[in-house]
Design a protein around this ligand. Sequence first.
Ligand code: HEC
Ligand code: HEC
Length: 434
Amino acid sequence: MKGPHWSWYLLIALVALAPAGIRLMTWPGFKRQAPEPQMVQAGQTLFVHEWKANDPLASGDGLGPVYNAASCVACHNQGGPGGGGDLTHNVTTFVYQSDAEAAIRRNPREGVVHAFAVNNFPRETLNHLHSDLPAVSQPRLDTVITLPGRTVSSNHCAVVRPVVQISQRNTPALFGANLIDSIPDRVIIANEKAQRLRWGFAPKKSEDLPVGRALRLADGRVGHFGWKAQSASLADFVQAACANELGLGNPGQTQPRPLSKPYYQPVSYDLTLEQCDQITAFVASLPRPVEKLEKSSLCSDALAGRELFKSIGCADCHTPNVGNVEGLYSDLLLHDMGQPLEGGGSYNDIPPLPNPNKPPSDPNDPPSPGEWRTPPLWGVADSAPYLHDGRAPTLEKAIELHGGQGTRAARNFASLSKTEQGQVIVFLQTFRAP
Ligand code: HEC
Ligand code: HEC
């Protein structure tokens, strides 16, 4: 009798090998290709380019009319292109809701008060938001919040709360952004579940417990980037940054309308999607931060610091590994960090503030003023100042200012001996820019 046809053997082999093949194809590192060198090159040129009004590289009105800086690298530059930025480049955000609007519970308006405007355009100032606010375009941080350890500055702008809330955002470093981008949504949601399970489905009331939430955006994707986790992908954030920071409108994000000329209509987009993709490719090519010791004599301190970091609860939120990404030190979840750290105002056009009459635990709610995404600590030794608006000049200050869900860990840190506190700091100082 004739044996089975050879093609049966082939079929059996294929069926047997399929699981391995599928595993390989879905392997997180596998589907992510390194960005193409030409794209990276072109993106680097755009990232460092000093944009001008009617710039030849743009197809619309070019830079502005309102903008925060003339290039990406003007803000992202500590330790090289793509790094973090200092206080002078902080971005000012606002939430505005008049009493009348609040009475009919209309969503508040939010956005950015841009620091500059091109020629012939009036600059945006806080005064455009409310007549009681000064006509400054770039308020110093100490006029927006009371800096730790200082008294309220005489020209404090927070006077018209709650009609207008003003806060600032400090520039984060972009090193390793490609790895954050590669983390699947389900991994972030698994972090959220793990925290809820661990703390027994704690309701929102028990603010002290480090139970974070994954931010679900309107389209169902999970936020990865931004102080408020407001962007699901690197490409989305780059498009928003082009529009919001430089006034370079693109198919992904239209440029903001100047507060001083709300009816201004740009003639066309400034950038094509391809140009945005090139910038994304450049950002994605930036290497990840590294862990290194300045002096080998500190090795035992760093190791002791790492243990303390876990035992006093820092790693509850600053989780060392997420999915396949090692050494990130963030769960990428939003945590309520307490009233003193509140700051409303969205950097992107994202959903309105939560309805105050609804419990704030709905996963689809936009971030509340006190909620912040745990910032990854990789590279943290080279990215001062700290916290969302850069109010903490040192690592010690950043830890001390943890409130809300971070209160307990901050208290644990404060109750360590000076030597032990020093060990935690030595450990954090091993996280360097590449
Ligand atoms: C005026 C300073 C400034 C300029 C100019 C600027 N950025 Fe940023 N960048 C920021 C600030 C501030 C944030 C944090 C915003 C937030 O999360 O609300 C940020 C965040 C980012 C992030 C998200 C990082 C993360 O981990 O969450 C990316 C990506 C980014 N910027 C890319 C760019 C690109 C690309 C450009 C140029 C098109 C650019 N930025 C121009 C200040 C700036
Ligand atoms: C409940 C979650 C949580 C816990 C626990 C926690 N953190 Fe944080 N951490 C955050 C969030 C959220 C921020 C950002 C807050 C902001 O910007 O206003 C932050 C910010 C920081 C920063 C500043 C990072 C930057 O780039 O600006 C450092 C440093 C830091 N944490 C270290 C620690 C240490 C050390 C511990 C333990 C003592 C700790 N954290 C415990 C959530 C947490």
